[in-house]
Ligand binder design. Structure first.
Ligand code: GLA
Length: 663
């Protein structure tokens, strides 16, 4: 296979944002471009929502304004990431093809006037998307300013599932490919339960709202089908572009870690370069940890290769309950964390704040306040700093630990009627990730069936759905010398959301050296004490029967009083830990300290928790999220200040990007 086209690394780190000049008179464009140059912008994404302007009537194109824009940007040396506008079909499209509108799970047909693609299984939508993508490729495929194709926008948002008649038919066809026979479907879905057996494919439908809880295996398959249908839409557009324009990289902007309706492990191979959008949870005072998680997940989806941050915000967004503005310096701290975790492009939504429409209160690189503003000066400063960091372009991050991540398991666990509403896969992943973030352990995310042999430590905080193949993979990993940590409510069901034969955790029984006889969820607010001073758990406990594991900590009270709470099992050259209750991030530290010893993971003891330290190839990126300065003993040159030293002070809120002398 020939290598996939990539962005030209000679341009260094790419910097810019979404640029929507069609919202402004053309006189403004010259000022935009002048200011872009002042800020060091070298890449902008255009055309993402321009379908109605580019194809005002079906089959009739108007490229005049975009031609002029391409030439202006090119003359200024600014590269173009060209969007295909298929996330927002024009009014004429929905008028002409009303059957292409998305139908909700409760049967509501969604109207026009917002944005959001048509039904992903609509033949008319697919035809129209391919036509506009092909027309753009023919028009601009050879333009020297074209650097990247940005297909669609954020597949899966704002809606992903569609329950229209056309979607139902497509779901049936998807099921026929997966199961071939109705007997196989009936077995996989367990339709003997509640008398749901099917005798005719035409009777199988999308899992719309029903009188009670709908068959969970049917819902899980519908989630898989939805992700696949969206991916087919991407592939159709990508192939139409590639046929005309084979040498420019093609991507789409993922929302790794914030949108769970697409299985990005399946998407990763289909893009030429992985790209991501990330927005902070403004309410969370430690939202920089969530940012780091999304960046590490994106890098993992990219198989460790550099990736592109296509959107984040300069300050507040407009769609959260309280849109907290970024504090002074936070813009750069956020950008540098993405960069340290493998991003080769740092881009924002959007270049110039919109005066009209639903997003007029969203921050931008050029805010409503204009250039005499804090945001503009921070945008300029960041552009200048990124210009000093070209040596990071194309380099990689090495992680020694991995957290297992599987969208299909999340979809299954999020269905109704689980043992406790306090169970949250995301909460446990966040807690384990936060623990390792504070300990400065570099983390990748991995699919449970992926090769794990390069990691010293693998953590499975939320592997509710775990296939037998994945369990075998984990067994091999531990036997080969790995350290595995498994949290409660893992390895419960197979790929059809059916409890594993042999009961809870059955496929990992010999790995963990135990079996779980019964779940013992706790009441709201109830806590249980462990036999380690000060340690308590909440939410969950298990009735555990030991089959070879040693007890590391036991319950002192609660429904499992006297029984094991945390266990460790030696298997082959490795060890497997089991955590049967929910511990806080701080308390997880007590357990992880011992886990790190098993794994041989070195944890710096003299650095404060709020100092983020990342190593990207021969560079150390240090970001101080605390309010005190700290000294970092790293021998090298800070590329931002030019200072060459063995110890670098990282000011409160400050950043260092140190090129190491010893690599
Ligand atoms: C998403 C979209 C953008 C914009 C931003 C606002 O990421 O892709 O078009 O709406 O959100 O935060």
């Amino acid at each position: 296979m020939s290598p996939k086209p990539q962005l030209d690394p000679r341009h260094g780190i790419r910097y810019g944002g979404d640029y929507n000049p069609e919202q402004w008179p053309e006189e403004v464009w010259a000022e935009d471009i002048e200011l872009m140059r002042e800020a060091g912008v070298n890449l902008v994404s255009v055309g993402i929502f321009s379908w109605a302007l580019l194809e005002p009537r079906e089959g009739e194109y108007d490229f005049g304004w975009l031609d002029r824009l391409f030439d202006l940007l090119h003359a200024a040396g600014i590269g173009i990431s060209l969007g295909t506008p298929t996330a927002s079909p024009p009014a004429w499209f929905f008028h002409r093809y009303p059957e292409a509108r998305v139908v909700n799970r409760d049967g509501t047909t969604l109207g026009f006037g917002s944005r959001g693609m048509a039904s992903p299984s609509s033949p008319a939508y697919r035809r129209a998307s391919v036509s506009i993508a092909s027309a753009l490729a023919e028009r601009y495929g050879d333009h020297p300013a074209l650097a990247l194709w940005h297909v669609h926008n954020e597949y899966g948002a704002p809606v992903s599932e569609c329950y229209s008649d056309q979607s139902t038919q497509a779901f049936r066809a998807w099921l026929q490919r997966r199961y071939e026979t109705l007997d196989a479907l009936n077995a996989a879905w367990g339709t003997a339960f509640w008398g749901q057996r099917y005798e005719d494919w035409q009777h199988v439908s999308a899992p719309a709202v029903s009188a009670s809880v709908v068959n969970p295996a049917q819902r899980l398959d519908f989630a898989r089908y939805t992700s696949d249908a969206l991916l087919e839409c991407f592939i159709l557009e990508r192939d139409a572009i590639r046929a005309v324009c084979p040498n420019v990289p093609i991507t789409t902007n993922f929302m790794a870690g914030t949108c769970e309706s697409v299985d990005l492990w399946k998407w990763a191979d289909e893009v030429d370069v992985v790209a991501n959008d990330h927005y902070l949870v403004a309410e969370d005072a430690r939202s920089h940890v969530g940012l780091a998680l999304s960046a590490d997940l994106t890098r993992s989806i990219a198989g460790g290769k550099p990736w592109l941050l296509l959107e984040h915000s300069t300050s507040a967004v407009n769609w959260q309950p309280r849109n907290v503005a970024k504090r002074r310096g936070e813009l750069a701290r956020n950008a540098m964390s993405h960069l340290g975790r493998g991003a080769d492009a740092i881009m924002f939504f959007q270049w110039r704040a919109s005066r009209s429409g639903a997003e007029k209160f969203h921050s931008a690189m050029l805010p409503h306040a204009g250039t005499n503003s804090r945001i503009w000066s921070e945008v300029r400063a960041l552009g200048a700093d990124l210009g000093r960091l070209a040596s990071l372009t194309g380099t990689r991050v090495q992680a020694e630990a991995a957290i297992l991540w599987d969208w299909q398991s999340f979809w299954a666990q999020d269905l109704e009627w689980r043992p406790s509403e306090d169970l949250s896969h995301r909460e446990r992943i966040n807690a384990c990730y936060d623990r390792m973030w504070r300990d400065k352990v570099a983390v990748d995310f991995a699919h449970p069936e992926a090769d794990l042999s390069s990691y010293r430590l693998v953590v499975a905080p939320a592997s509710y759905l775990l296939t037998q193949a994945a369990a075998d993979n984990l067994r091999r990993y531990v036997e080969g010398g790995g350290t595995l940590v498994v949290s409660y409510f893992s390895a419960i069901v197979d790929e059809n959301d059916a409890v594993h034969p042999g009961g809870f955790v059955a496929p990992l029984r010999d790995v963990l050296g135990l079996t779980v006889e019964e779940f013992l969820p706790l009441r709201s607010g109830e806590t249980v004490h462990l036999d380690q001073p000060g340690l308590t758990g909440d939410v969950w406990a298990d009735a555990i029967r030991l089959e070879g594991a040693e007890v590391v900590m036991a319950y002192e009270d609660g429904p499992a009083a006297g029984g094991p709470a945390i266990t460790r099992h030696q298997l082959g050259d490795g060890s497997a830990w089991y955590l049967s209750t929910r511990l806080t991030v701080t308390d997880l530290g007590v357990v992880f300290e011992r886990v790190y010893q098993d794994a041989g993971t070195a944890v710096p003891v003299d650095l404060p928790e709020e100092l983020e330290v990342i190593r990207r190839s021969g560079h150390v990126v240090a970001i101080n999220h605390g309010d005190k300065p700290f000294d970092l003993d790293v021998d090298g040159t800070d590329l931002l200040s030019g200072q060459n030293a063995r110890t670098h002070e990282v000011a409160a809120g400050g950043i260092r990007v140190i090129s190491l002398h010893e690599r």
